[in-house]
Design a protein around this ligand. Structure first.
Ligand code: AMP
Length: 419
């Protein structure tokens, strides 16, 4: 497989798919430019080699051309960070785009307009009438797949090589994230530096495990984490279940959970997971106490109680000190750690202590040599809130992509380069 380090971009044009899907405020100022910064090593390597770049990205979820989602809003900041005057074309596949791409000189960069302004990027029909018949839907699907081919070919035609540095969309088989790769031979397509790091981190968690391996799964719902939990049960030594999921398990075991969030239709599943853990010899660790509140608010009245004795009218919003200690003891003895999802409503300062304790235990284990991967949107927000990002081995930029990779799925954006 080709690697970016081994590739000499001198005199070459590279189509680089990045994830510049950054948050903007109402005046179109970027409120967090982490994703742009994350792609800089790749973009700079190409320019420093004497190559030129055609940068493709999506922004938001537009369903057609929408000024609010135009990449023109970020052009100035991208230029500033890259240290070159990045050119812009308010389109992706027009004659103008082709001309501008063709005219690029070594060291120059061109940012294409939001790829998702085109239905062809995602390959899904748009604007179908609500009462469309099955036949009409099938015809629209066929038509978009056909025009997607042309769209993809056109994007590929701008460049001599393809670099995918957009891990955040690697789980999508879109035109610019996966399909485009087929127009480049294996020596002319590769991962960018960010993508390489992400792939390596996931591989370490899935295939190069130093034991004990502990996963901490938090967040709100069992239903959204079930596939990952199932996959991890075959791999981990310890599985710590935290966050809102706790109460589905507690209720399944007959405990009183008051108003705590609970998926009533997942009680059997919780029991099933506990049995599977036992069968596989996995140490399933659940909270024993909770910090409960009399309303869903940072300023609610609160107290600590055993997790299965939550009074009516109260709800569990975080783990309690005994659980913190149990979790931390397990984490500190671990050599491989995956953290996905907070232990409670960490957005409320008064219910963030459990997540902080877990984060600190992970940092301590990492200092002793453990490999720790933190990923999934909210855990990243969590480590950033507590200033712990530098103390863990790797903080993933991927939300859905990371979760699907950990579920054991082959991501289309990765497969397209590796095959
Ligand atoms: P997820 O996106 O599934 O990882 O869930 C993250 C969200 O779960 C965060 O916004 C937390 O506030 C929320 N959460 C964690 N614990 C609880 C809880 N005990 N009750 C309600 N929400 C929770």
């Amino acid at each position: 497989m080709q690697t970016i380090d081994n590739y000499n971009f001198a005199g070459k044009k590279a189509f680089v798919r990045v994830d510049f899907n950054v948050p903007l405020d109402e005046n179109f100022n970027i409120t967090d430019d982490t994703r742009i910064r994350a792609a800089l090593p790749t973009l700079k390597k190409i320019l420093n080699d004497g190559g030129s770049v055609i940068i493709g990205s999506h922004l938001g979820r537009p369903k057609g051309v929408t000024d609010k989602f135009s990449l023109k809003h970020i052009l100035g900041h991208v230029s500033e960070l890259m240290g070159v005057d990045v050119q812009f074309v308010n389109d992706c596949v027009s004659e103008e785009a082709a001309v501008k791409a063709a005219a690029l000189q070594p060291g120059e960069a061109l940012l294409l307009e939001n790829l998702r302004f085109y239905a062809e990027e995602e390959g899904k029909p748009r604007g179908l009438a609500e009462d469309a018949t099955e036949e009409e839907k099938a015809a629209a699907k066929k038509a978009i797949k056909e025009s997607q081919k042309e769209f993809t070919k056109k994007l590929a035609s701008y460049a001599d090589c393809y670099v995918n540095d957009a891990f955040g969309t690697a789980h999508r088989a879109h035109a610019s994230t996966a399909l485009i790769a087929q127009y480049f031979d294996k020596d002319n397509k590769m991962f960018g530096y960010l993508m390489e790091k992400e792939v390596k981190a996931v591989d370490k968690i899935l295939n190069d495990i130093q034991r004990p391996f502990t996963a901490i799964m938090g967040g709100s719902k069992v239903s959204s984490k079930i596939d990952i939990i199932q996959n991890l049960l075959g791999k981990v030594d310890n599985l710590i279940i935290a966050g809102g999921m706790t109460y589905t398990f507690t209720k399944a075991m007959g405990g009183n959970i008051g108003l705590s969030i609970c998926e009533a239709d997942k009680l059997d599943l919780a029991i099933d997971l506990m049995n599977k853990a036992k069968e596989k010899g996995v140490n399933l660790v659940l909270a024993v106490d909770a910090k409960i509140a009399d309303s869903f608010s940072n300023d609610a009245k609160s107290k600590f109680v055993p997790v299965d004795q939550i009074p009516d009218g109260w709800e569990g919003l975080d783990i309690g000190p005994e659980s913190e200690k149990i979790f931390a003891d397990v984490i500190k003895e671990s050599k491989t750690i995956l953290w996905n999802g907070p232990t409670g409503v960490f957005e409320f300062d008064n219910f963030a202590h459990g997540s902080l304790a877990v984060g600190e235990a992970i940092v301590e284990a990492t200092k002793k040599g453990a490999f720790s991967l933190v990923g999934g949107g909210d855990s990243v927000a969590c480590v950033n809130k507590f200033g712990l990002a530098d103390g863990v081995s790797y903080v993933s930029t991927g939300g859905g992509a990371l979760l699907e990779a950990i579920e054991g799925k082959k991501l289309p954006g990765i497969a397209a380069i590796e095959e």
